[in-house]
Design a protein around this ligand. Sequence first.
Ligand code: NAI
Length: 342
Amino acid sequence: VSVQGMPVQVRADSSASAGPKSGSSTFKVAVLGAAGGIGQPLSLLIKMSPFVSELRLYDIANVKGVAADLSHCNTPAQVSAYTGAGELAGALKDVDLVIIPAGVPRKPGMTRDDLFNINAGIVRSLVEAVADHCPNALINIISNPVNSTVPIAAEVLKAKGVYDPKKVFGVTTLDVVRANTFVAQKKNLRLIDVNVPVIGGHAGITILPLLSKTKPTVEFMPEEVEELTVRIQNAGTEVVEAKAGAGSATLSMAYAAARFAESCMRGLDGDSDVYECAYVQSEVTDLPFFATTVKLGKKGVEEIVGEDLSGLTEYEKKAVEALKAELKGSIEKGVQFANKQA
Ligand code: NAI
């Protein structure tokens, strides 16, 4: 992908397209939480996307400067700033894609679920506004705990009568990005060639890389499977500990979220060959939400491709059973929160 002479590679794989079919940028994108650690670099990457005509930046503080700064990049997207709840409607009006990285990140010793009390309410109120002002938009939810915030978003949209399960995504792309990186390093493969599907959810053992489904086909020893799986599951914590109180992954997350957003826009634009793992409403298991590979299209999820769960290794099958109990609890917690408040 190249924007006005500036080489930009948002996608790690080789299926990246040159840009919108019409040749001109078409989509309006809002980033909610745009002044944050993820929000700023993510907004920069979205500003570089040839698909974006308008980039609306919303936060409760400090967003004007971010927008002024980004607006000087000579790429097509027009950037505007919206501060505080009173300006949220303006940020969302007629938007095609809403990306939500608003909320608090982890500190050392915290699980993603420890963020629930603060972030659940933030996601609820932001999604209520999405329902009111851009009910047809795709929603990319980054705010943790994703395993619960996505069910919260679904309940809020249902209560407003505008829920379309094809349009609500928990962003798990960072788990795929990490899995691809670690597997390529371990097996001396070219990074751009590697794709490891990651299923389940986005916290601890609910993150399940399907190493047996790695493309290109690679053989792993059982101890390699164990080591890589645990590293991928704990990679977020690796960053939280290295940052020692200054937050969690922001730059790699921005990269991953920009890749996912770009894929959503390629789907909206009519590209018929866009696949990503994402945490969505799903019938792949008996749980209402589950991350697997989905095909993206003009209306969001075009098809839940799913991984063939009966074709997994014994290790993976056991891991699926183990993760389902935790994921079920996180989903129920989100649903209860949303309905208690309704
Ligand atoms: P941060 O604290 O640097 O930024 C959060 C931003 O959200 C701040 O600018 C803050 O002002 C804003 N904010 C707070 N309440 C808001 C509201 N009601 N409306 C709009 N904006 C609001 O945090 P960071 O590092 O950017 O992380 C954001 C979230 O992303 C956290 O919940 C974190 O756990 C999650 N995350 C998710 C990942 C994933 O793979 N899905 C990976 C890494 C982080």
